[in-house]
Design a protein around this ligand. Structure first.
Ligand code: PRP
Ligand code: ZN
Ligand code: MG
Length: 226
């Protein structure tokens, strides 16, 4: 990747719940991009800004490591990566720029609908499938519950039926996925919206000037939607 100290690099999700809205926000801020499906990097045609489109899970680390300058990421993924890096002593600093108004979802515990669930203590000794082991274990520790995790990066919702776990801890937005898999949401452990974050090390003067121009535009877009 050819990197310049003058062009701001912004990481957004390539495909998933945040991608469309992330693009829409940057376009509403006046940035024009021509996207090529196969390419990771897109140059803005009218601003010194480059877009890096990657898996959402990679965005917090790219920002914390200063590989990109800013990024748009769900608070759930951000907090999971922050906890994971803290536990493994990898730098997990970033600076929070703005909380955005899209990508709303919650991370919840859900159990099969036929289960007689009375409360979180019922999960003692059980196995819970999740993509978010650090957020889950953090919650369980605070609740004094001892449960094991089965880490799955996808198809978490089928784990109980497949006999891989007793319960799931997964993202819920409409609830359709849980419903379709015979699961009932029991505890919300984390609520999330998209966040705009910046790398911990200071930006070059040129890049800082771009961010200083971007933030009021974002505030304007957020305000107009209220
Ligand atoms: C999440 C989650 C469920 C779905 C829930 O996946 O894992 O599959 O969304 O949404 P619903 O309540 O509206 O049905 P996501 O699309 O974020 O992708 P991922 O599982 O690949 O991370
Ligand atoms: Zn993901
Ligand atoms: Mg999913």
């Amino acid at each position: 990747v050819e990197k310049s100290s003058k062009r701001l690099t912004i990481a957004i999700q390539k495909s998933g719940r945040l991608s469309k809205e992330s693009m829409k926000l940057l376009e509403a801020c006046g940035y024009k991009f021509s996207l090529h499906e196969a390419r990771l990097l897109a140059h803005s045609s009218n601003q010194p800004v480059d877009l890096l489109r990657v898996r959402d899970d990679d965005i917090p680390g790219l920002v914390m490591d200063g590989v990109v300058d800013i990024g748009i990421i769900g608070q759930n993924v951000l907090e999971e990566v922050r906890l994971e890096r803290a536990a493994t002593q990898v730098n997990n600093d970033f600076s929070a720029l703005r909380s955005l108004d899209f990508g709303g979802c919650r991370l919840s515990l859900a159990v099969p609908k036929e289960d007689d669930y009375q409360g979180v203590q019922d999960l003692n000794g059980k196995r819970i499938a999740t993509t978010y082991p650090y957020l889950l274990q953090d919650y369980l520790r605070r609740q004094g519950v001892n449960a094991s995790t089965a880490i799955l990066t996808g198809s978490v919702e089928v784990a109980p039926r497949a006999g891989l776990a007793d319960a799931v801890c997964d993202l819920v937005s409409t609830g359709a996925t849980l419903e379709a898999n015979g699961l009932v949401e029991k505890e919300i452990i984390f609520t999330s919206t998209a966040q705009l974050i910046q790398r911990p090390e200071p930006l070059s003067a040129e890049k800082q000037a771009i961010v200083d121009q971007l933030l009021p535009r974002i505030d304007g877009v957020l305000m107009a939607k209220e």
